[in-house]
Design a protein around this ligand. Structure first.
Ligand code: IVH
Length: 694
């Protein structure tokens, strides 16, 4: 190949790969299968290896990281990187707005807050400044102290959504883009899972994970961390001549490049977006300040479902001329403020640890905490899961702990502040017998969980088994809530699920705090619950790891209860969803005398129709394997799965050459790409529904 041809081909590949990266990482719309992308990348790397002199700074091959650094050099920001003031309540926001207005009023600029406000989520990551010269990414720096930061160019180069070359041709010679590098929640979870598997500590939150990933001297590690970036502003803008001669034409050339900039902050973000940089999709231009509170509430509502972590909102006066009027105080602009959410992390102390026994005998350590207001509620308990988690946290009683409550997620202990460990700290000792029934406790091989061996002899397991039996997805006994089950067991009226059906109205109505009406309701509810379906009955038994779907599959496969009870391990494994472990759990359940006794009683007191075997023409999707991906809008995943299985289909979690159909909902990602590459038929949700109806 002549050098000209090589140059041309390399440019062609770079352009294609940049385009694919933008579609995949910025627009979230993958356009080509992975194999095609990889093939082009390999070709580029081969050409670059053969012609190192032709390798460019903005080559997509640079996104995999380069040689490790010894230390980070320093970068002096050409324009300082500012911070933000904070407000924490509607009143504080009003006070901020009033200060804005007073200042503008004093200058005679505005007398009402009727100007546009750019509203943005406050991203919880790290501020960085990206520098493009002639459209090519040349430098990235951390904020540091606002004046001098660290040179993290090589690490930022590996962030897939950051273009190494700007799109189009209309941009200033020098353009600094300011924004936040963050780790998406899903990447954070995956990274921590991996770390825990390897026996490492993991990161406390996505922000620390992003910081840790950016501070790697080896950019190959950063490349694997799947960081994201959203631009939220512009730093220095200028002409290269400025720098080169530093002479008389500075003002003139600067004005040429600044003229590129819109006079609205929101429009500027759109300009950066048009150059291929990611802009946070939740950013909104508000007509005036009356919409601020609604935006704050709206983003607060969305917080848990966003794919990235935020800790509040940011409001910025949109008009650049007004921003200039308002100016800065110390290190923050007067024209913007963060309006933060209530803290999701707080410090408190671990006062004691109780051990709870669950339905399957699992003994769970529960942290009793000094009550603390966090994430909008008062938290006084948190699960410590098991011994492994206690070891991972190195937690002791009386330690100061960081507690986190994000959205509706149950509170969790993130870490221990070891520097504050008091002298009276005590190691957490696991019980050597069940704390409820004193039976022996056992830890099965390969399991982190300690279990009580008491089975239904254990009052705690009994209560949980009965609660499960009566719960909504099982027999759904009207009038029988968890509290009432506890009371019935505590008062000695019932010991097993079968005892429920022996209760009389008199038994119940004479219980403490129980009226006649509630007693009548409960007995009626139990009467109704006696008639059920085979699948619900199997689920209600509470066999370990036999959830609703597995129970339905067992019912469908064996058609009647006797067949399930007497099935061999090998037969059980023929059922969709049932693997070695679940099969063993089922066998074990029916091997215990106390279970057999209760089950026999229940069989005599309850009824359900056997299932008629479906013949093959009722199973039109027999032997067809489906994979579901993306968000379905008309039915949820479980409904779709059950509907497909009812027609004989297998539903698998991953795409392979054996997959017959991929049902792709909205925002389908890698599975869709893989299915396309493998030539698997792809159905839309509507097409799947049409197939089900056929
Ligand atoms: S603007 C001139 N916008 O918050 C104002 N900052 O507490 C400069 N941050 O250092 C910042 N989301 O790291 C701005 N939408 C957003 C932001 C944001 C997160 C961070 C940024 C900044 C810190 C200040």
């Amino acid at each position: 190949m002549s050098e000209q041809t090589v140059i041309k081909r390399m440019a062609e590949i770079c352009q294609l790969l940049n385009h694919y990266d933008h579609q995949y990482y910025v627009l979230d719309e993958p356009s080509v299968p992975d194999v095609e992308y990889d093939r082009l990348m390999q070709e580029l790397i081969a050409l670059e290896t053969a012609h190192p002199e032709l390798k460019t700074l903005d080559s997509p091959s640079q996104k995999v990281g380069g040689a490790a650094l010894k230390s980070f050099s320093q970068v002096t920001h050409q324009l300082p990187m500012l911070s933000l003031d904070n407000v924490f309540s509607a009143d504080e926001w009003q006070a901020f707005a009033k200060r804005l207005l007073d200042r503008l009023n004093r200058g005679g600029v505005k007398s009402t807050l009727d100007f546009a406000i750019c509203a943005e989520p406050k991203l919880d990551g790290l501020a960085v400044s990206l520098r493009y010269e002639n459209g090519v990414f040349v430098q990235a720096a951390t904020r540091g102290d606002g004046t001098v930061g660290e040179n993290i160019t090589e690490n930022v180069r590996t962030i897939k959504s950051i273009p190494l070359r700007l799109q189009g041709t209309s941009f200033p010679d020098i353009l600094e883009v300011r924004g936040e590098v963050f780790m998406p929640k899903a990447s954070f979870d995956a990274l921590n899972k991996q770390a825990i598997k390897k026996g490492e500590k993991g990161f406390a939150n996505p922000r620390n994970a992003a910081a840790g990933s950016l501070r790697q001297l080896d950019s190959k590690i950063t490349a694997k961390r799947n960081l994201g970036f959203y631009a939220y502003g512009i730093g220095f803008v200028g002409a290269l001549a400025n720098i080169a001669n530093n002479g008389d034409n500075v003002e003139e050339s600067k004005s040429i490049d600044e003229s590129w900039l819109a006079n609205s902050h929101y429009q500027r973000l759109c300009q950066i977006k048009a150059l291929g940089l990611p802009m946070c999709p939740e950013v909104k231009l508000l007509d005036n300040a009356t919409q601020v509170e609604a935006f704050y509430q709206d983003i607060l509502q969305q917080r848990a479902s966003l794919s990235y972590e935020i800790d509040g909102t940011v409001f910025k006066v949109d008009d650049i001329a007004l921003q200039q009027q308002l100016g800065f105080v110390a290190r923050a602009p007067r024209w913007a403020t963060a309006y933060k959410f209530p803290a999701q992390e707080e410090l408190t102390t671990l006062e004691s640890v109780d051990f709870q026994v669950g339905r399957t005998g699992a003994i769970t350590p529960v942290a009793r905490l000094k009550p603390i207001f966090v994430g909008g509620v008062t938290v006084s308990n948190a699960t410590l899961h098991n011994q492994d988690e206690i070891d991972r946290l190195s937690i002791q009683i009386n330690d100061t702990v960081i507690i986190r409550r994000a959205g509706d997620v149950i509170p969790q202990i993130v870490s221990v502040v070891l520097e504050r460990r008091p002298e009276n700290a005590q190691v957490i000792a696991f019980p050597t017998v069940c704390p409820v029934c004193q039976s022996a406790v056992l830890k099965a091989e390969g399991e982190a969980v300690l279990r009580c061996t008491g089975g239904l002899y254990c009052q705690a397991q009994r209560k949980e088994a009965i609660k499960h039996f009566a719960s909504r997805k099982a027999l759904d006994v009207d009038g029988l809530g968890d509290k009432l089950v506890e009371q019935l067991v505590d008062e000695g009226l019932i010991k097993t699920p079968a005892d429920l059906f022996k209760l009389t109205e008199l038994d119940v109505s004479t219980m403490a705090r129980m009226g006649q009406k509630s007693a009548t309701n409960l007995i009626k509810g139990l009467e109704v619950a006696r008639k059920t379906t085979l699948a619900k009955f199997v689920y209600a038994l509470g066999i370990r790891e036999v959830g609703e779907t597995t129970a339905a599959n067992l019912a469908q496969y064996f058609l009647n209860f006797s067949a399930i009870k007497s099935a061999s391990e090998a037969q059980l494994q023929q059922v969709p969803d049932v693997g070695v472990i679940v099969a063993k759990n089922i066998i074990n359940f029916f091997a215990q005398d106390h279970n057999v006794e209760v089950v026999e009683e229940l069989e005599n007191m309850m009824s359900w129709p056997d299932i008629e075997a479906k013949n093959d023409d009722e199973l039109p999707l027999k032997d067809q394997t489906f994979v579901l991906t993306g968000t379905l809008s008309k039915m949820d995943r479980n409904e779709a799965k059950a509907a497909l299985q009812a027609l004989g289909a297998k539903v698998s979690g991953s795409v392979s050459a054996k997959t017959h159909y991929l049902v792709a909902g909205e925002k389908s990602g890698s599975k869709l790409v893989k299915a396309t590459a493998l030539g698997v038929s792809v159905l839309t949700e509507d097409e799947m529904i049409a197939l089900l109806n056929k």
